[in-house]
Design a protein around this ligand. Structure first.
Ligand code: ADP
Ligand code: CP
Length: 316
């Protein structure tokens, strides 16, 4: 009897894409290998990805264009997110197609879905910008960007300054029906890229919001909506740690949602990096019995799904 396929939503972190055009071209080839490894393990795969560096780059380019030509109004952040979905989806879908073909798998199409995600216009996140986008800057560059462009800049864990924008919670994936149809017809789907294009409902009209949704939360919502078995968050560490970076650091193989909540309270996970991943993992694991979240290194995705590594988050 044929074994039932595991349905998994994979959220790709920054290291899966790199920060620049050439870096992305190179990174997606490695990323494609990790994803096709999972397809070969009889998994039905839906891919989402971050866009922090890319959406910042696009927004800067569009802002420079409108400064040069005042007839060209500035491009809303929601449109920049849409552009980042297309640009990343283009590279990723080609890399996936090539890797599938290299392994003799020619009957699985790959499609990128331009995805809108509804947010609540009263979400308090609009008053407290927290999502870093774009490249790192020096203090002088950050002061210039604040004074001349009105950006809100924040220092990021000793690594420099980055622009921050609002990051509301995802409420509804507008194109979920189309995504489901593609998945059920056997396609590999890239969706909810960059957390999805943030939109607000105005009657029948969807109005773009000035925000960047966290891709870990949008991926979690998509995993619930698609009744996935696994949410896999691929990042730059093999496991989640408590006492991270300290002499008594402890890497975790299994994490119950109860312990995860306690560690969150203790401040074990850095906001803006590991915290949203663990929060998304807890939300998914608690959404229905039997659902598991996995946080691991991109290159270890297959070992992770086989239970050999990574941090597995279960309800309990
Ligand atoms: N408790 C923790 N355990 C493991 N990694 C942590 C922890 N706290 C912070 N981190 C950092 O979080 C990073 C992942 O977040 P980030 O780089 O923002 O993710 P993304 O892959 O989505 O771009 C890890 O590479 C690690 O440096
Ligand atoms: N949208 C988003 O979460 O992007 P990053 O993962 O690059 O921060």
């Amino acid at each position: 009897m044929e074994q039932k396929k595991k349905r998994i939503v994979i959220a790709l972190g920054g290291n899966a894409l790199g920060n620049t055009l050439p870096e992305q071209m190179k990174a997606v080839k490695i990323t494609a290998k990790a994803i096709v490894d999972l397809i070969e393990e009889n998994c039905e795969v839906i891919v989402s990805h971050g866009n922090g560096p890319q959406v910042g780059m696009i927004n800067n380019a569009m802002a420079a264009l409108s400064r040069e030509n005042p007839a060209q109004p500035n491009t809303p952040l929601s449109v920049c997110v849409a552009m980042s979905q297309a640009y990343i989806g283009y590279d990723l879908q080609n890399a996936l197609r090539e890797e599938l073909h290299n392994r003799g798998i020619k009957d699985i199409p790959v499609a990128t879905m331009v995805t809108q995600v509804r947010v609540d216009e009263k979400d308090p996140a609009f008053e407290h910008p927290s999502k870093p986008i774009g490249h790192f800057m020096t203090k002088e560059q950050a002061d210039f960007a604040e004074q001349h462009y009105g950006y809100i800049m924040k220092e990021d864990a000793g690594r420099g300054y980055r622009r921050v924008v609002a990051s509301p919670q995802p409420q509804e994936i507008i194109e979920i029906g189309a995504i489901r149809t593609l998945v059920e017809s056997g396609q590999v789907v890239i969706a909810c890229g960059g957390g999805g294009i943030p939109v607000m409902c105005r009657g029948n009209h969807l109005k773009g919001a000035s925000a960047v949704i966290d891709k870990d939360f949008a991926s979690e919502l998509m995993a619930e909506n698609l009744d996935a078995d696994y949410l896999i968050i691929l990042t730059a560490v093999e496991k989640v740690a408590i006492q991270f970076g300290k002499p008594d650091e402890q890497w975790l193989d299994d994490l119950t949602t109860t312990d995860a909540r306690r560690y969150i309270q203790e401040g074990q996970f850095a906001p803006g990096s590991m915290l949203p991943k663990v929060q998304a993992a807890v939300r998914f694991a608690e959404s229905k019995p039997g659902r598991t979240a996995l946080i691991t290194l991109l290159e270890k995705a297959k070992d992770g799904i086989l239970g050999k590594t990574g941090t597995h988050i279960h309800m309990g």
